[in-house]
Ligand binder design. Structure first.
Ligand SMILES: CC(C)(COP(=O)(O)OP(=O)(O)OC[C@H]1O[C@@H](n2cnc3c(N)ncnc32)[C@H](O)[C@@H]1OP(=O)(O)O)[C@@H](O)C(=O)NCCC(=O)NCCS
Length: 236
């Protein structure tokens, strides 16, 4: 499964992008590996009271988007039989996430995988899409989200913002009251995409890794996402 999934992803990449995409991905994987060895970076930690977000979700700027929730392997199997791309094949880590209990919120365009985000109801699921050890009080009805990814050719069309809204709606339907997540300080598209849902900062964390050594520090913070202030200042 692993090598055939890799082959499928390579063929898909060459078909939909270009050979230079392989170089870009190679460089990205190299960067990932070097970050596993030595890395330091800051992330914002957000907390949401999960309100009724229906009125805040705006349609993506692309026709024919369908949202599917994948709660278990059987859901992915069924979608594959119906002709949808299998996220476990298209998306790295998807199979592991589903096995750990994470729920995938997948956006399809003409049954082609376009964008995904994940929700978790337990620490094991969270670890598969967000390794930062900020606390989520799962036992008190909190949940977490993360692991978002939009295929390059579909970026900038509002898919992430749309998928994230669907995740919040799903969590609310499941009876969850609060959601937490983290976004690297420099990731403006993610910060902007979720800002419309009332993202409130609750902390800023820094992870430092050197080989197997890890250090996580977290300070309390509150208010709007700081990036929004920057964007507003630039606009006005
Ligand atoms: C982050 C990511 C998921 C965003 O996906 P997307 O579908 O392109 O996002 P959207 O089109 O919904 O855009 C979200 C917001 O960012 C803005 N935006 C999109 N691309 C941007 C860019 N390159 N620079 C600045 N803002 C950008 C959009 O205008 C939108 O803001 P708005 O809601 O105020 O209009 C995508 O870029 C991605 O897969 N990145 C790599 C993986 C990653 O970083 N995942 C997130 C980890 S926290």
């Amino acid at each position: 499964m692993k090598s055939s999934a890799l082959g499928y992803r390579l063929r898909r990449l060459l078909r939909e992008e270009s050979a230079t995409a392989l170089v870009r991905i190679g460089a990205a994987r190299g960067g990932e590996w070097s970050r596993k060895l030595v890395w330091t970076g800051e992330s914002y930690i957000y907390r949401y009271e999960i309100a009724d977000v229906s009125s805040l979700i705006s349609s993506p700027r692309i026709e024919g988007v369908e949202i599917k929730f994948i709660e278990c392997d059987a859901d992915a199997d069924r979608l594959a039989v119906e002709g949808y791309e299998d996220p476990r094949v298209v998306l790295r880590h998807a199979a592991r996430r589903i096995r750990a209990g994470a729920v995938g919120c997948i956006a399809y365009v003409d049954k082609q995988f376009a964008s995904a985000g994940w929700v978790g109801f337990c620490p094991e699921a969270k670890k598969t899409f967000d390794s930062l050890p900020y606390r989520v009080a799962f036992e008190n009805g909190e949940a977490c989200t993360g692991g978002s990814w939009t295929e390059r050719r579909f970026r900038g069309k509002g898919l992430y913002a749309y998928v994230f809204g669907q995740e919040l709606r799903y969590l609310r339907d499941c009876g969850r009251t609060t959601c937490r997540n983290s976004i690297p300080v420099g990731n403006l598209p993610s910060q902007l995409g979720q800002s419309r849902y009332g993202a409130r900062l609750c902390g800023v964390g820094r992870m430092t890794k050197v080989l197997w050594w890890r250090r996580w520090t977290e300070r309390v913070a509150e208010g709007d996402c700081p990036s929004l202030a920057v964007v507003r200042n630039e606009a006005g």
